[in-house]
Design a protein around this ligand. Sequence first.
Ligand code: MG
Ligand code: ZN
Length: 375
Amino acid sequence: MLTTSCDAPEEITNTSEEKVSTVQKIEEEGLTTFISKQRPKNVIFLIGDGMGLTQITAGSIAKKTPLVLEKFRQIGLVKTYSTKLITDSAAGATAMATGSKTYNGAISMNIHQEKLKTIVEYAEEANWLTGIVTTATVTHATPACFYGHQPTRSRVNQKLAAEFMTKDIEVLMGGGWNYFKEGLDGRDLIAEAQEKGYFVTDNIEQVGDYRPEKMICLISAKLPPKIKERGNFLPLAAKKAIDILSYPKSNFFLMIEGAQIDWGGHQKNSDYIVEEMLDFDKTIQEAFDFAEKDGNTLVIVTADHETGGYSINGGSAKEGKVEGKFTSDYHTATMVPIFAYGPGAESFTGIMDNTEIFYKLKYLMNMEALSAPSK
Ligand code: MG
Ligand code: ZN
């Protein structure tokens, strides 16, 4: 049970002096965490997979003008470990989506292989609109942990697609058409989705100004390609998702993943990291611009872990050139940054555990009263 050291949240004015008292101390699951009393109407949660400080720095050098992240004033650091010191993306996303540390490879299941209720499932229960956007397949570890539950991340694409169909998530965009078209047990989940009222497409650019109520966009049979082929998919998808979810004036939660920053790290490819960082920056811009106009949307940008033990050992700020080096072709245990903007943003300053992000969100989204995780 959650205990707070303050009374119920009240209307807070926005002067900087009063801001100090808008943060309250909360203890849950052995964690002490500080949470703002200001609650947002909407949350846009952006994950740069494998995006450590160096990846961000590389992006800022290459861009030569400030990244959108440089507009964020509330910044913290996140410890990323799972039950192992070095996490994978499944355990990392499970921690942020459910508040539980688990073993590497788990898709929102605990160490006993019991299902953990995700922030998207909480949001759905509270009648928030929800969306998931990624540059991986929509059944890849990071996005899957927000709606699916599997004991292992490998060879479960069709199972996860079928799990998605049991939910009522309004927007799903990324790769993985085949896992729906050639679905579990011979099902055609594309046809089933259309019957459920989804507008289904494989091309975000052709959607134009059309604003369906529910939409699935799967741009590739399996893994989506690099920027050169996929173009502006991620910023366009983010924009369209926000457009769909914000239109009916109900609350919404949207998770957006820049998945391939991680893949650049695995390949020890500095140029790949930089182009994915710049694509992610454009995507953050879409979220930031909406939040700035809306005034009632919390934007969070963080990572599940760092990839590559990436460092910058040379280059030129003037020419926008990065000479990167790598200590690993896998993830590392270094802390990753977290950036927050909008109502509740103060909650994400300081050093925190990745599981705390879930508890902060659950509180800020006013979902304390909802039922506990189902086993
Ligand atoms: Mg990922
Ligand atoms: Zn990775």
